[in-house]
Design a protein around this ligand. Structure first.
Ligand code: ZN
Length: 182
C-alpha cells in the first residue's frame, strides 16, 4: 500500500475528475462534496492530501476515491495499483477477510462459553456461583456475554472445528491456543 501511495499523485487523480486551478503551492477546485461556487476545496501536492474548507471533507487519495467514486478500500487500492503498474500480492486483499474470520472465531468462542455457562450442565456450578456468591443477575450475565471456560479445552476445539468448520490453523492464528492435543 505504501508503494502504491508513493507512486500515485493525488493531483492527477483528482485532476481527472475535477477542474483544478493552481493556487500557490496548492490546487483548488469547487468542492464535489458540497454545493459551492467559491472553490474552497484544496489539493496539496506536497502533502498528497485534499481538504475542503467549506464542508471539512479531507483525506488522502484513498479517502478521495472512496468518497467520490464510492470505492471501498481494496477497490481503490487495486485501481491505483493498476494505474501505477504495480502487481499487488494477493495477501493484501485477503487481509481484511482474514481479520473478519479471526473476529468470527472469537465471537463464536464467546458464544460457546456463554452457552456452556447458561445452558450446559458443565456450567451449572459456575452459574450458581455468579448468581449467589457474586450477586449477578441473569440479565447481566447475558448482557455481558459472560462465559464458562471448562478445564477440558478440547470442547471448544470440537465446537469450532467439528461443528463450525473452522480450520485448526486459523484457531491458532486467532490466539485460541487449544489446538494441540490429539
Ligand atoms: Zn466541501
Amino acid at each position: 500500500m505504501q508503494e502504491v501511495k508513493s507512486r500515485t499523485d493525488i493531483v492527477s487523480i483528482i485532476g481527472e475528475r475535477l477542474e483544478l486551478k493552481k493556487a500557490g503551492r496548492n490546487y483548488k477546485a469547487n468542492c464535489p462534496f458540497h454545493g459551492e461556487h467559491t472553490a474552497s476545496f484544496m489539493v496539496s501536492p506536497e502533502l498528497q492530501i485534499f481538504k475542503c474548507f467549506g464542508c471539512g471533507e479531507a483525506g488522502d487519495v484513498f479517502n478521495f476515491l472512496e468518497k467520490y467514486e464510492g470505492m471501498d478500500f481494496p477497490e481503490a487500492l487495486k485501481y491505483l495499483a493498476d494505474r501505477a503498474g504495480i502487481k499487488l500480492a494477493k495477501t493484501s486483499f485477503q487481509a481484511s477477510g482474514e481479520r473478519e474470520k479471526l473476529i468470527e472465531i472469537h465471537s463464536q468462542a464467546l458464544k460457546f462459553y456463554n452457552y456452556l455457562l447458561l445452558s450446559h450442565p458443565l456450567g451449572q456450578k459456575a452459574l450458581e456461583y455468579l448468581k449467589k456468591d457474586r450477586g449477578l443477575k441473569l440479565d447481566s450475565i447475558k448482557e455481558f456475554q459472560l462465559g464458562y471456560s471448562p478445564e477440558n479445552s478440547l470442547l471448544l476445539k470440537k465446537f469450532l472445528v467439528d461443528k463450525k468448520k473452522f480450520n485448526p490453523k486459523d484457531l491458532e492464528t486467532a490466539g485460541i491456543g487449544l489446538v494441540r492435543g490429539p
